[in-house]
Design a binder for this molecule. Structure first.
Ligand code: SF4
Length: 328
């Protein structure tokens, strides 16, 4: 097995909650609470969970758009958690982002060619003709015609704009792309085209994706491995096939039950989520999922379950080794 390209350990992010007349910090919301995973070269890890589970915050922490409260971020074995100056600049070249809303992330007053060229010019000084050739090649790689270079973002369809966003992310030949809900704003038919494009690019360029999404159907299609988050923690992580055919955490089972997955026969157990996600301001004691879990028992209310290995290959944070067996 190859060494991990990206290694995240015990990542934490607390947001202070201010109160009182002086607006002092009175408590903290643990938006990310000890998240850890690895990402190998050319691999896609899907990071899934309901809205507010902390998955987008994990993406922002990895991109160094936010300072973590604790934990480490390593790229190619080098600790980047507190990198500054030239080291951080090089890290940003290596780790790029694709946004959910391409329109909001593209300067409406710049032509597509200039948008992609600007990213390259931040790092390299190239003769005009060489730069133009490079931009045209990048646009071609994402399926945009050469004349797209002269267009403004509003002249593109949603799918074309996301292709442009992907071209910009690829402009510096990154080794990792953090894609936060990259297709959720697109029509279903266009979603499939963009997902297939991302997969083709990965095959050709060997880029790794951290693919953040609430859509399990999409994640099942694109990801080699999946990590499921609930209230700031990973509750299950493993190979996509194991997660979808034999989920070992009731929360994962419930997400799969609700998702249009490729083979409904794989849903060995139907489990539906009741109630809302508890407030991260006041998370439940013990297992954070116990207020919604149909299998909860006394121990769940007292003790936080550890993310541990299961016979089916993945790791899950549940006191029951196989909740499906309990249900059966
Ligand atoms: Fe449910 Fe208990 Fe497992 Fe938590 S530890 S998921 S409450 S059975």
């Amino acid at each position: 097995m190859t060494a991990p390209l990206l290694e995240i350990r015990d990542l934490k992010k607390d947001f202070p909650v201010r109160g009182g007349l002086l607006g002092r910090s009175v408590r903290a919301v643990k938006a990310v609470d000890g998240v850890g995973f690895t990402l190998r070269r050319g691999e896609t890890l899907g990071l899934v969970g309901e809205s507010g589970c902390g998955k987008s915050t994990v993406g922002k922490l990895i991109l160094r758009l936010m300072e973590p409260t604790g934990g480490t971020i390593r790229l190619d074995g080098r600790d980047m958690t507190a990198a500054r100056g030239a080291v951080l600049r090089d890290f940003r070249r290596q780790v790029q982002m694709v946004f959910q809303d391409p329109y909001a992330s593209l300067n409406p007053r710049m032509r597509a060619g200039a948008i992609v060229a600007e990213t390259i010019q931040n790092y390299e000084t190239l003769p005009r003709a060489v730069l133009r050739e490079r931009v045209a090649a990048l646009l071609g790689k994402v399926g945009l015609r050469p004349d797209a270079m002269e267009k403004f973002p509003f002249e593109f369809s949603g799918g074309q704009r996301q292709r442009l966003g992907i071209a910009r992310a690829l402009a510096l030949s990154p080794s990792v792309i953090v894609a936060d809900e990259p297709v959720s704003a697109l029509d279903v038919s266009v979603q499939a085209q963009v997902i297939n494009l991302l997969m083709d690019l990965q095959r050709d360029l060997g880029v790794a994706y951290l693919f953040i999404s609430h859509d399990l159907g999409v994640v099942e299609h694109i990801a080699h491995r999946v990590a499921v988050m609930y209230l700031g923690r990973i509750v299950e992580i493993g190979e996509t096939a194991a997660i979808f055919s034999a989920p070992r955490h009731p929360y994962t089972q419930a997400l799969i039950s609700a998702a249009p997955v490729s083979d409904p026969r794989l849903r060995r157990l139907r489990l539906y989520l009741e109630g809302d996600v508890p407030s991260p301001l006041d998370p439940p004691q013990g297992c954070a999922f116990h207020t919604r879990c149909p299998f909860a028992f006394d121990r769940c209310r007292r003790e936080v379950p550890v993310l541990g290995p299961r016979a089916t290959g993945q790791a899950a944070a549940c006191h029951l080794p196989d909740p499906q067996a309990v249900a059966a």
